[in-house]
Design a protein around this ligand. Sequence first.
Ligand code: NAD
Length: 272
Amino acid sequence: KIDSSLKFADGHTMPNQGLGVYKMTEERELIDSVKVAYDAGYRLFDTAQMYGNEAAVGKAIKELSVPRNEIFVTTKVAEANQGYDKVIASVEESLKKLQLDYVDLLLVHWPIHQHFFETWKAFEALKEQGLTKSIGTSNYGMVHLEYLATKANEMPVLNQLEVHPYLSQEAMINFDRKNHIVTQAWAPLGRGRIFEDPAILKIAKHHGKSAAQIILRWHLQRGDSFIPKSVHPERIKQNADIYDFKLTDEEMAWVDALNKNTRISQEPEMVY
Ligand code: NAD
């Protein structure tokens, strides 16, 4: 089952798998998806200011009516809200929408040159104030993290990156690991573009699992965290049903070999 004890460098813990809610714009659909996911064992929910659905996530969590410390909520600060004062004000707004006193993890959504350090200072202050338990980044490359390290009091505990079999990010994941940063895969399924890959289908057939389950199992065995998105109850459940089989070393190598370094998103901008 989903493991809730993935440990951060700051001492806090996070579930290894979560539900991504990007593009869930229908409030009822989002609320139902969160409920189905909770019942299937998900405890981590990943939203962002940019997704425009923090208020719906807030309602969904309220409807679950479970103790706050049973769930883990991530949100991300949008590019337009970077800069010290804007970060603080926008996170206060996010918390209002989410109807929460704190989030578990706050991420800088994208690295941008302007306000690079100021944004992070605000993150450190928000953590200090208890408005977020942990702070991290998203779409940061080595150059961004090295630059951040020159002035940060505290480094990110997690870096959320586009990772899937066509973009395996091995060097970046090793870099994160060396720096005690957890890598979390966004678009872990490559938004469905990998489901027809013959190697994935062959492994899926052998295990009697779906292509999505094989890809998520690959993430799991590599040791990264992942947040697949679906609004279909069967798929939400299926995506969490990956803990009863194992890929062999050979199968892992077949999936590793699919890497093409192709991105869905643009290359993160350089800071310099
Ligand atoms: P994903 O790889 O999770 O793919 C989602 C799509 O795959 C779904 O829309 C659905 O069509 C399909 N799918 C899911 N499960 C399936 C199954 N079992 N069988 C068949 N099809 C299935 O892509 P994503 O939504 O882009 O990424 C996941 C989450 O990552 C997002 O919801 C969001 O929370 C986060 N994210 C973060 C960033 C960032 O910049 N930090 C960017 C994009 C997404």
